[in-house]
Design a protein around this ligand. Structure first.
Ligand code: CTP
Ligand code: CA
Length: 229
């Protein structure tokens, strides 16, 4: 589907998209974060709205204007994102996890700013695992036929790692980006392969993030349509 064509193939559908990257606080002024710009998630939200969907955008630390006609829920941490995602997914036809979720968070949060002291080495930062939101949403579908889509950035063995990840997560589609050497992060273009739990594999040519978003919605719309017949 070419961008700009007003095919409302997601009309009557509620889609939930997460975007950006979570931040895991260490103290009131510091956090562990990642470089996700949120551009791909925002492109997914914008294009879904253009195709007629009702869109809930779970936005983690993104500095982009809210897309018109989209319901934006701001979150900071992985735990906040999980809560917002479970809530929004309860009445969604599709959930797309495009956000970069921190795998770990600091075990302890210092309620006051951590201070350095002369002659004292800093304590190591202890970390604990965050819940895997995508795996959780995939395992506990809020409604029958709900589609769950994940994103993965891989630096090497992109297809093999992507297949393994798709199986581990239990989602329907996994959009795999090759990253490293300046690819994808913060850029306006993206290149990907979309792997399906049904064994399908669709290569997406390098191009604007809106085009990748539309290609994802094409695959989603086909699956939603097929489920009805
Ligand atoms: N994800 C999630 N919750 C997490 C970690 C990741 O929902 N705690 C989602 C991301 O939003 C993304 C997908 O899982 O859609 C894949 O993220 P990725 O970091 O590639 O997967 P991981 O399982 O964390 O594997 P890795 O060890 O390679 O980081
Ligand atoms: Ca990860």
């Amino acid at each position: 589907l070419a961008r700009g064509t007003a095919v409302a193939d997601l009309a009557g559908r509620h889609v939930v998209v997460s975007a950006g990257g979570t931040r895991e606080p260490l103290d009131p002024v510091r956090y562990l974060g990642n470089r996700s710009s949120g551009k791909q998630g925002y492109a997914l939200a914008t294009t879904a709205a253009a195709r007629g969907a009702r869109v809930t955008l779970l936005s983690a630390n993104v500095e982009l204007p809210a897309p018109a006609g989209v319901d934006v829920v701001k979150v900071t941490t992985a735990l906040e994102l999980r809560e917002a995602a479970v809530k929004a997914a309860a009445e969604a036809d599709v959930v797309v996890m495009a956000a970069a979720v921190a795998d770990f968070r600091p075990t302890d949060y210092a309620a006051v700013k951590i201070k350095k002291r002369d002659g004292v080495e800093p304590a190591p930062i202890a970390l604990v695992r965050n819940p895997d939101i995508l795996a959780e949403l995939s395992e506990h579908r809020a409604r029958p036929g709900q589609l769950v889509v994940g994103f993965a950035a891989e630096t090497d063995q992109v297809l093999a790692n992507g297949r393994a990840k798709l199986a581990r997560k239990g989602c329907d589609l996994l959009v795999v980006n090759e990253v490293g050497d300046g690819k994808a992060f913060g850029l306006d273009t993206n290149e990907a392969v979309v792997l399906g739990a049904d064994g399908s594999e669709r290569a997406i040519a390098p191009g604007p993030k809106e085009d990748l978003a539309d290609a994802v919605w094409d695959l989603v719309a086909a699956r939603l349509g097929a489920a009805e017949h």
